[in-house]
Design a binder for this molecule. Sequence first.
Ligand code: GLU
Length: 519
Amino acid sequence: MQDRKVRVRFAPSPTGPLHIGGVRTALYNYLFARQHGGDLIFRIEDTDSGRFVPGAEEYIIESFRWLGIKFDEGVSFGGSHGPYRQSERRDIYKKYVQQLLDNGKAYIAFDTPEELDAKRAEIENFQYDASTRMQMRNSLSMSKEEVDKLIAEGKQYVVRFLIEPGRDVLVDDLIRGEVRINSSILDDKVLYKSADELPTYHLANIVDDHLMEVTHVIRGEEWLPSAPLHVLLYEAFGWADTMPRFAHLPLLLKPIGNGKLSKRDGDKLGFPVFPLEWHDPKTGEISSGYREKGYLPQAVVNFLALLGWNPGNDQELMTLDEMVKLFDLSKCSKNGAKFDYVKAAWFNHQYLIQQPDEAWAPAFDKILKAEGINATTEQEAEVVRMMKLKVIEYVDGQGNKRKRNISFPSDLWPLTRFFFVAPESFDREDKFIRKNWTENTASEMQQFCEVLEGIQDFSVEGMKAVVDPWVETSGLRPWNAWRICLVGAGQGPDMYELAAFLGKEETLKRMRFAIETLK
Ligand code: GLU
């Protein structure tokens, strides 16, 4: 067991879009695999055909591609342990179901749904187990001839796991420690259904983990109740000594109130619970995604990693490679992790302001297009350059260095609109305007207009050469009023840079409009 190569798997059922909790599970598996030089397998658990949703598998693959979480083998990745889609492994499961039947570890049951309902009505808290199974219609209560006859007639049946009561079952969990339960509380779970010739989740999951040589099962806490049954299945197959180690991750909790994080919380508070936007093929409903909301994949990975684990110091910003080094399953919390969507936006802010200028262009381009503004690539690059230096980090009126809280690319528009759209009006209550536009300002700006009009070379240098000496001799301080004319408020980049960007005609037009409106 010790010298086996680490192999872990992420095994979603394609029943809809991948929930953000599932992304965290996959991420922890990824970190664990990388850290141990092991393999990460991508398996599709699609044995419940009734819950299959078209497009879900592609959605999950695309999500991980976007997030940069890479698998070593599995559906769409290839590998030597395939096929990796459970619906393509029917014959394999049949063989193992037969093995359990032959060894007396499982039995065939013919009870119809109506018969089961009748029993539930008759016996309070009915459970199909050692105390009731002999009252039911199965291969334990019936003769072999009868059973063979029913099968020959084509009667539908299920295969149930024979749980021996009164046994102490130990689940040794890497996060939760030793979890013990008594087998008497378990029911004889259905492992296989003849109707669709498919196994249930439990059997397929165990058989595949065994055949795919999985060493660690890292999954959400919601699967902890199934773990004792899984331990018993490994034993029944005679695979106890290669049974994977279990690690059940803490739940993701609602940001406010108690309970599990749900899509409703996201809808109510305005954050996505899915990595990518999801278009429900049945209802047409669209659910928002982190990608479309403007999150960077590194930010999503970073904040998810810290929901249920931390490196034991104050470090919050980490690359995937750093996380691989620091990650420690035994430091994962047993307690649920509150989903902090405000913190998620903070992470995105951190990653956004770190990115190089070029990286802004696509997002910025999209915003301008949406606003119906035609700008050249050079203009966009110029705005990005000015904004990076002066708007995201800027000096406020009191001379304090400040940062704008840009959490999403869409936050850029209110900060850059004035580059493309002239002020339409001025807020006379605005502190900056009240302070900097006084009685004489209109006539001073008029004089300034005339100075600018005379400038042929309207570049930063060209303007400086004329304006600086004029400021010197006139004793006027036009900067703040000029800012009001061009921006409409006390924000924005260096005034020469802005005027050069707008050009002479637009600059003068904005100044005349302000003089007219504010005089
Ligand atoms: N198919 C299960 C799911 O959808 C896998 C659970 C497990 O990892 O064992 O989460």
